[in-house]
Design a binder for this molecule. Sequence first.
Ligand SMILES: NC(=O)C1=CN([C@@H]2O[C@H](COP(=O)(O)OP(=O)(O)OC[C@H]3O[C@@H](n4cnc5c(N)ncnc54)[C@H](O)[C@@H]3O)[C@@H](O)[C@H]2O)C=CC1
Ligand SMILES: O=C(O)C(=O)Cc1ccc(O)cc1
Length: 308
Amino acid sequence: MSTPIYDRVALIGLGLIASSMFWAIKRAGLAGEVTGYARSEETRHTARRIGLCDRVCDSAIEAVEGADLVVLCVPVGAMGKVAAEIAPALKSGATVSDVGSVKRHVIEAVSPHLPENVHFVPAHPLAGTEHSGPESGFAELFDNRWCLLVPVENSDPAAVARLRQFWQGIGANVDEMEADHHDLVLAVTSHAPHLIAYTMVGVADDLRRVTDSEVIKYSAAGFRDFTRIAASDPTMWRDVFLSNKDATLEILGRFTEELFALQRAIRTGDGQHLFDYFTRTRAIRRGIIDAGQDTAAPDFGRGATPKT
Ligand SMILES: NC(=O)C1=CN([C@@H]2O[C@H](COP(=O)(O)OP(=O)(O)OC[C@H]3O[C@@H](n4cnc5c(N)ncnc54)[C@H](O)[C@@H]3O)[C@@H](O)[C@H]2O)C=CC1
Ligand SMILES: O=C(O)C(=O)Cc1ccc(O)cc1
């Protein structure tokens, strides 16, 4: 057990990320008390039933009162609204952070609502699963995964350092990144791949009507990976694409150009183009493994691991 880094932590939005944070905070003793708030009565009821949070509050205001760290764990499209709701109740000197998958949009939506006497330090843990909701979290989710801190202009270095220590206590490796750069990198590594998975599963579903159930029955590992990713939360991903529009469209433009080139190589029988392309991409995968960066989360599944 570590010594607490914050006396009081408030988690707003009790889904996969908040619940995983809670179990990891408890595992390491990183906070004196963790309060939580979720918009729906049903989620608050579930949270109380499974012991998620030391105190589940019936309003966001009540949850953040007296908190030294407030973490917004709602879909990125709801961050601004939640920030406006909690702003009047924030303790002077508190740190406000978030876990949103997009950073520029969240900074622009949240910053205007925050009083000057709080520190805003946006963050993004690069770990998740296709599951959502309060029962999907587990303490190991962030172990040995990256958490990116995205300090804003005038972020207090002491508040950034403390949040870094907190995420390290949760189990993550911490780095800092500038917001626009973050959004471009994530468009390549996460957002566009999710859209491609959604599309591929949609295409297979269209085809399924022609081929009966064979597409699902005989699906190979690659396609199964697509179906896992395409089972991710629709609200969360709608918000990600709408709030990281420019970077995602830039990457999808490049993706389409490459796809057309491969399509042309297949049509014209240009085997050399295909071979060279696949040789280059294979080297990238091997580079990731050789660098010891193949830290894909094991598929624990919903509630498959102990919560403490
Ligand atoms: N799921 C993943 O793999 C990852 C998600 N993230 C980010 O973390 C955030 C939370 O995602 P999850 O925990 O996966 O979502 P989730 O769907 O499991 O939980 C979201 C929670 O926010 C609540 N909520 C939604 N709108 C709200 C509002 N207007 N006011 C108050 N509460 C509201 C929902 O009721 C739910 O309790 C998102 O911003 C997402 O981009 C970051 C890393 C990974
Ligand atoms: O489940 C997966 O494969 C993921 O890619 C999880 C994930 C989803 C969204 C993020 O912003 C970060 C990680």
